[in-house]
Ligand binder design. Sequence first.
Ligand SMILES: [Zn+2]
Length: 94
Amino acid sequence: MHLCRICANASGRMISIFEGEGAQHDLINKILKYLPIHVCTVTISDTLPLQLCERCANVLMAWHELNEGCLNAQRKLLEMQDSHLRNKQEVKNI
Ligand SMILES: [Zn+2]
């Protein structure tokens, strides 16, 4: 089956979940983290397609970036809030 595991279409370039580019981008862990499907890491025991279409792979990568980005942003915002509160406190103590 040369269909995409996520959308079940066979459009455009397909990217293997476990090989080459897919392995480089760690697609398996992104699928397991963000999607409600279970892709077996032992390829032989998974009978469903083990590749993604380029579109789904890009959406998955973009979602991952959003996830990482919001965690970084939250860290930054908390730091800003902390230093703001600290400054206020220092002003009060003078
Ligand atoms: Zn797809």
